[in-house]
Design a protein around this ligand. Structure first.
Ligand SMILES: Nc1ncnc2c1ncn2[C@@H]1O[C@H](COP(=O)(O)OP(=O)(O)OP(=O)(O)O)[C@@H](O)[C@H]1O
Ligand SMILES: [Mg+2]
Length: 320
């Protein structure tokens, strides 16, 4: 079983208007709702390839129900802890024929200590040996920074594999609890390791292997350091694989990291070696970055891109 955890979900509401005008009523020509949240994105990307997962997290109120229904309608099972507040809605008002938009993000409800406790109880009930748990995104107000670290400790006791994708303090503390895999992007990796990662066109980004080793030395088995247009460094104690995508037009890189993580999981469940995991990850991520909306793309698109990913492998301690 695959479980995705999205502690801080959001309903994205995009209203398209002919023109943004102030102090007047404007009518929306289209309204689009998206179930935002990094774990949900992973669930959707897996779903697109026929792989089931259960989405967990904190939701609240009518917006929480809308999110739950939206995911269920896509065929994704949910097991949410309902909190007292209302799940946040982020609103984007965009003009039909321009690049102009206004985006307003809500802070969201403060999760209470009992609600965090209820989540842990639910997780203990669910955790099974060999399952994959994806912990993804930021934490909502009220959830302590060591939430992921505690959850990783608990899931490790139940011999589940944890894949962690977060940032800042929750990521730093989570890494110290030694998840199976961690997926920082370059900025997130630098926040934790203090090692600067600089792109070197057509070569391995400077600092990337050093940063990956920093995570490995914490007892993490696999580090997936995503590097935007430069692709990915996927490293274990034994092997480092650089996977580079072809040049594409990045229409919407938001969520590309979530698609990449789904690709790595997809390949890992199939027992593929590290190099293949890196290639599939980059294929998923790059198709997602090149699409307009936040979406993982079809199997055919991913397969076509997979053939264009270039990899180089070397021993992790081979002098880098
Ligand atoms: N401009 C781009 N061109 C080609 N591929 C890209 C581009 N941006 C992202 N990708 C692909 O997506 C993967 C993940 O991207 P990135 O490192 O930006 O993740 P991220 O910052 O975690 O994204 P997010 O958190 O918004 O999902 C990359 O490894 C790469 O395969
Ligand atoms: Mg990311």
């Amino acid at each position: 079983m695959i479980v995705t955890v999205t502690p801080n979900p959001v309903l994205d509401r995009t209203l398209t208007v002919p023109r943004i005008v102030f102090n007047e009523v404007t009518r929306a020509t289209t309204v689009q709702l998206d179930w935002g949240g990094k774990g949900f994105n992973v669930s959707r990307a897996l779903q697109a390839l026929g792989m089931e997962s259960v989405a967990m997290g904190f939701v609240g109120g009518a917006t929480g129900q809308t999110l739950e229904r939206g995911l269920n309608d896509l065929g994704i099972a949910t097991d949410f802890v309902y909190v007292a507040g209302e799940t946040r809605t982020n609103v984007v008002v965009r003009e039909a024929d321009s690049e102009r938009y206004i985006k307003v993000n809500e802070a969201g409800p403060t999760v209470q200590a009992e609600e965090v406790f209820a989540f842990f109880e639910r997780a203990i009930e669910k955790a099974r040996p060999g399952d994959i748990w994806v912990l993804a995104g930021s934490l909502p107000p009220g959830v302590p920074a060591h939430f992921y670290a505690q959850l990783i400790g608990l899931l490790r006791l139940h011999r589940a594999s944890v894949f962690l994708d977060s940032s800042g303090e929750p990521l730093r503390l989570g890494c110290a609890a030694a998840p199976y895999l961690v997926k920082p992007n370059a900025i997130e990796a630098t926040q934790v390791t203090r090692i600067e990662i600089r792109p070197l066109r057509s070569c391995r980004p400077q600092g990337s292997l050093e940063a990956a080793k920093h995570f490995l030395h914490q007892g993490i088995e696999l580090v997936a350091l995503s590097l935007g247009a430069d692709g990915l460094l996927l490293a274990s104690e034994e092997q480092a694989v650089w996977a580079r995508p072809p040049a594409v037009v990045a229409r919407n890189p938001t969520g590309a990291g979530d698609a990449l993580l789904a690709g790595i999981i997809w390949a890992s469940v199939r027992g593929m070696p590290l190099e293949e995991m890196a290639r599939w990850g980059v294929a998923f991520g790059t198709v997602s970055a090149s699409r307009k909306g936040v979406g993982a793309g079809t199997r055919a698109e991913v397969e076509a891109l997979y053939g264009q990913v270039q990899t180089t492998c070397e021993p992790t301690d081979g002098g880098g």
